[in-house]
Design a protein around this ligand. Structure first.
Ligand code: SAH
Length: 213
């Protein structure tokens, strides 16, 4: 588990790439500049860790592209101490970004292999989610609701109702919606039954699957 000057230099370059692509939230950029993304990937991919690309992390899943992580994190408008539900822990990289932003993170993963690996690995780096749950994110985390925000990091064929229902008033759900291609979508809860919806263009994610595995 080494982080070197070379890695730090590559990270700074990645931060500049993200700025050029339009990411402006300084806290998000600082988090990405700080987190050793190469440690979240298999050794075979270490050289690719600071390219703005998604890569395999095992169990047919991917670590999201840095731009996508930055874009979703920016849409959440995270404030310190925000209580955030993450669906799709995966490698834990997005979880680490949320922790760096000062959020209290509750994260769900449906692949047991990834769940075990990541829930052990993140604390070693000093990132402590409030809860890691092995389960089905379609249902949210009812016993911890309501949340300031919910982030979904897999492509959802539809918007799961429980995720909207578990938002505080004023809370934000950031979710890529669609089958082969997803539209990044932000819902803001305006009242108990009122939601504002904003759409932000196309992204590609692995699918949000039902039931745990
Ligand atoms: N944020 C992660 C993205 C991983 S890819 C990262 O950057 O590493 C999406 C993840 O969502 C996968 O790990 C996949 O297993 C998980 N996933 C898919 N459907 C899910 C569901 N219904 N509930 C919880 N996790 C799910």
């Amino acid at each position: 588990m080494k982080d070197t000057f070379k890695h730090k230099g590559l990270r700074q370059k990645l931060v500049n790439v993200l700025k050029d692509k339009g990411i402006t939230d300084i806290n998000v950029l600082n988090a990405i500049g700080k987190i050793p993304r190469h440690l979240f990937m298999d050794s075979g991919f270490l050289d690719h860790a600071y390219q703005d690309k998604a890569f395999p992390i095992g169990a047919d899943q991917t670590i999201s592209q840095p731009y996508t992580v930055a874009f979703q994190s920016e849409l959440l408008q995270v404030k310190r101490e925000d209580k955030i539900l993450e669906i799709g822990t995966g490698s834990g990289y997005q979880t680490a970004v949320l922790c760096e932003l000062g959020a209290k993170v509750y994260s769900i993963e449906r692949q047991q292999e990834l769940f075990k690996k990541t829930s052990k690995f993140l604390p070693k780096l000093g990132y402590r989610a409030r809860k890691f749950v092995f389960g089905d994110g379609y249902k949210g985390m009812v016993d911890e609701a309501p949340f300031d925000s919910v982030i979904v990091t897999a492509g959802a064929p539809f918007v799961p109702k429980p995720l909207l229902g578990q938002l505080k008033i004023g809370g934000r759900l950031v979710i890529p919606v669609g089958d082969n291609v997803q539209i990044m979508t932000l819902f803001i809860r305006k009242g108990s039954k009122e939601f504002e919806k904003h759409e932000f263009g196309e992204f590609r994610f692995v699918p949000l699957l039902e039931n745990k595995n």
